[in-house]
Ligand binder design. Structure first.
Ligand SMILES: C[S@@+](CC[C@H](N)C(=O)[O-])C[C@H]1O[C@@H](n2cnc3c(N)ncnc32)[C@H](O)[C@@H]1O
Length: 228
């Protein structure tokens, strides 16, 4: 998959007192394509989110921008958001050759200035993680809780890609019920995280976008939607 790259913007410009972040001109990328060596995975490896997954979110949710992609990887989600006209602030704890590296979401106490939505495929799901990180449901819960804590004071939206069954866990259900979740968008096609010709495996699990909106009108009930 051909990829483009963004200029790295200093984290203090994104979160600090400097002017509101705006994407800088793109240059040809050194973002690497997703690769699979046999069935082995590197500890830092992950599989990028296919474009149709982000497009499914955009078909159902009008995002208030600019959008923060805090775990941008090689920019798979950011690129689609930009193609749909959104300004995107892309950061990641690691340097995958896209966006601003060295930004640990857990070290942030606020959204980047001006951002109205947070959209990502969290590091604890099927598509991979950062070196040494747990992929346990508890780690996912901590991640979702942190995203919600960042979004609440900003009155922002949050859209996270999770396994569909994750939302039925007791603690996940409790967390969602206590927050202004507006929609679950169940993906009726299972995600293929990588293509390996005849060895390509379709994921065992269905995924869903869980969407929250801290500016939601109180009376609006959450929706269960299906995509594509
Ligand atoms: C599953 S990949 C998703 C990449 C991209 N969002 C996509 O959908 O293709 C997870 C990404 O989260 C990043 N990551 C892991 N822990 C992080 C943290 N604490 N703060 C920010 N990024 C993190 C990893 O470096 C990796 O790029």
């Amino acid at each position: 998959m051909a990829r483009m790259d963004t200029e790295s913007i200093a984290a203090e410009d994104l979160f600090g007192t400097a002017s509101q972040a705006s994407p800088r001109p793109r240059r040809p990328g050194r973002g690497r394509p997703v690769h699979v060596s046999g069935y082995a995975r590197e500890a830092r490896d992950f599989y990028a989110t296919p474009a149709w997954v982000t497009e499914a979110l955009l078909r159902h949710v009008a995002l208030r921008g600019p959008v923060w992609e805090p775990c941008c990887g090689t920019g798979a989600i950011s690129t689609v958001l930009e193609q749909h006209g959104h300004r995107v602030v892309s950061t990641d704890i690691a340097d995958h050759g896209y966006g601003t590296p060295g930004v640990d979401i857990f070290a942030r106490a606020a959204m980047p200035r001006g951002c109205g939505a947070l959209v990502t495929n969290p590091p604890y799901g099927d598509s991979g993680s950062h070196a040494g990180q747990s992929k346990s449901p508890a780690a996912m819960l901590r991640f979702v809780s942190h995203c919600l804590a960042l979004a609440a004071p900003a009155g922002a939206q949050v859209a996270l890609l999770v396994r569909l069954q994750w939302i039925a866990g007791q603690r996940a259900a409790g967390l969602m019920s206590a927050a202004p979740w507006t929609a679950v968008i169940a993906l009726t096609h299972r995600i293929r995280w990588f293509e390996m010709n005849e060895r390509t495996n379709t994921a065992q699990h269905h995924h869903a976008w869980v969407v929250f909106d801290f500016a939601r009108a109180e009376a609006a009930p959450p929706a269960l939607l299906f995509a594509p």
